[in-house]
Write a protein that binds this ligand. Structure first.
Ligand code: SAM
Length: 237
């Protein structure tokens, strides 16, 4: 999962697929400020290469990221060395400080496997929130909205490079198995090919909502969100 080869091309692929991290960060910040106008600090959990974090940094006084993959952090540090990114597990982290907002975007929450891990993750978020704090979680598909057998592909061109990604997703019990093959043609280093295989949980809407409530928060599901899969938003009064 998320090893150095994927980390190195992550931003190029997803920008090439039309993601606008700056716009996503602005719209998530708006959702937070509608519920906590004075929010000054933010933790982005499963921050990947820190692309949202870079833009949150312009919108909040203090931001930090947390990410399991050292390769993703390293790739991000190359671009944004000033960002604080902790290598830690969202299901068990303890940073010793609290934040006004915690985000977990691009369906990273699906890397919690089973409701016990989902509960543990939300409990960790709650333990790192100041009073009135806001949590924003972008879910993965629900079991009934997941398209079993979904295939997709993209070719992204940059200066001296072409990157191809094709993927196949299938249902595996209460999760989805997302397998992707990448081919990179690089002007300097030539051709290479590698694969990625991820198990991403298909939690139900109720399982997400129960996890927020069990951790002591309110919860609402907003339509749309960065990827069209909605946004769960909770406040810890
Ligand atoms: C779909 S990517 C999203 C990255 C980033 N948030 C973005 O929007 O580009 C999921 C990220 O979750 C990270 N991840 C997976 N399991 C994790 C865990 N248990 N704790 C923290 N991060 C985790 C992966 O390494 C990966 O960077």
């Amino acid at each position: 999962m998320y090893d150095s080869e994927v980390a190195e091309i992550w931003d190029t692929i997803y920008r090439g697929r039309g993601r606008d991290y700056a716009a996503e960060a602005r719209s998530v910040a708006e959702v937070i400020r509608e519920r906590h106008p004075d929010a000054g600090s933010l933790l982005d959990v499963a921050c990947g290469t820190g692309e949202h974090l870079r833009h949150f940094d312009d919108l909040f006084d203090h931001v930090e990221g947390l990410e399991l993959s050292g390769d993703m952090i390293e790739a991000g540090r190359g671009r944004s060395p000033w960002l604080t990114m902790h290598q830690a597990d969202m299901r068990s982290f303890a940073l010793g400080r609290r934040f006004d907002a915690i985000t977990c975007l691009f369906s990273s929450i699906g890397h919690a496997h089973g409701t016990a891990e989902l509960d543990a993750t939300l409990a960790r978020f709650a333990a790192h929130l100041n009073p009135g704090g806001v949590v924003v979680v972008e879910p993965w598909w629900f079991p009934e909205t997941f398209a079993d057998g979904y295939v997709t592909g993209d070719v992204v061109r940059t200066e001296g490079r072409v990157i191809g990604r094709v993927s196949h997703s299938r249902r595996e019990g209460a999760a989805s198995r997302v397998s992707a093959h990448f081919t990179v043609a690089d002007a300097d280093t030539g051709l290479r090919h590698f694969t990625e295989d991820l198990l991403i949980s298909l939690f139900t809407r109720e399982q997400y909502e129960d996890a927020f409530r069990r951790a002591g928060g309110t919860v609402e599901l907003l339509d749309g969100g960065p990827s069209g899969r909605g946004l769960f938003v909770g406040v810890w009064r």
